[in-house]
Write a protein that binds this ligand. Sequence first.
Ligand code: SF4
Length: 470
Amino acid sequence: MIQEKISVFDIFKICIGPSSSHTMGPWVAANTFINALDKSSIDTIYVKLFGSLSKTGKGHGTDIAVMMGLSGHDVKTIDVHKLEDYVDYIKLTKQLPLSAELSIPFNPSIQIEFTNERLTQHANALTFIAKLKSGELVEETFYSIGGGFILQEGKEIGERSDFNFPFPIENEKDLLLYINETNLPISEIVRHNELTVRDNATIQKDLIEIWNVMLASIYKGCQTPGILPGGLNVKRRASEMSFLLLKEKTPQTLPDWIECIRQSDQSFTTIIKWVSCFALAVNEENASFGRIVTAPTNGAAGVIPAVLMYYLCFCENKGEEDIVKFLLTAGEMGCLFKKGATISAAMGGCQAEIGVSSAMAAGALTERLGGTPKQVMMATEIAMEHHLGLTCDPIMGLVQVPCIERNTMGAIKAITACQIALTSDPEKAKVSLDSIIKTMKETAFDMHEKYKETSEGGLAINVSVGIPEC
Ligand code: SF4
């Protein structure tokens, strides 16, 4: 079996909301499918969505992602302000641009089919069928396996020859071995692995770029009032919360805004409100198709930025190097859950999203606050332990309720888990990180499908959304 080699840059990816599995994955799959074809030979394209992509794809923007991916847009660089125009153009003209000069007829309401069928291999599947001008049909099926990762049917996970990690890590046991051998903190072990792919200056630059996108999403979310799209009429709350917390202050720039936060009173109530505000801000941006960082998913994109912002604003820190180390450690904790369990809500419910992001943040914060590697793993374990069994039941299939608030809970639990670990002896812990990952995986298997991003159970069926019946 090929050992899965995952970089922290696979865990943290710059993209747009609202979902890594339902938006980013299908988008990248569409890119992959179209780029493998001679575009001038294509007559028509059909897309079939299966399983969870079919059940909650409308609320998660899967149809939009597919159209943008087939049109060749890059999920990392697309101008989010033009997204609506691009989609409206296709819907109104019924033309799908494949390049600047080439378009084909495409009616999304007919040629993107929400099938209500489920493929056995994975809950998130989609098939692209291109009819070529020669009459030949080209058909490819992809699986969106969480966090923006995709698999193409018939293709194994490729051996990544450029990933010649000196410390290949599958589980906690491996990590403990390297810690004992090297006496290095987890962030440095991870850095050594990443150095086989990019030099240190690039690691620093790329991780700071990731942080800057996270920070921008916090700031933008805190400046933007209004109602979220999708029809549920959810009010954005981060901007009002930020305004109230700033009291009389009216900072005009991002650095000034951060400085005002740092000067806030350090009471428990104020800090908890700011942490919640940061998490709400990111996920309100995510729900608005805004630019965010998958961490490790979009639905859970607010937890890690909120905890890192908490660290930068309310704890002593040394600057950019601490941000880099925080993300290196958090990324590796995410890799452990991806390899040993899942980061897909369609496979494991919300424990796989908010639970994993909270565990990642808890471990990273613990290292930055001086915890030993064993305390880092203990904090990661504690945060997941108290998310086990968390279901995914988004109302109307939108990544809004319970998702946005749930990020605040993930962030607060991460800080709590960190504080418990910092004052505990990991040698006396009853639950290891490996055992919690195993438990999470088994819980995922046992969880009823209606709680796995299908919107067929839980809040999704018990909350009246006030939409009049036709
Ligand atoms: S309930 Fe959790 S897992 Fe489900 S869409 Fe919302 S954030 Fe993601």
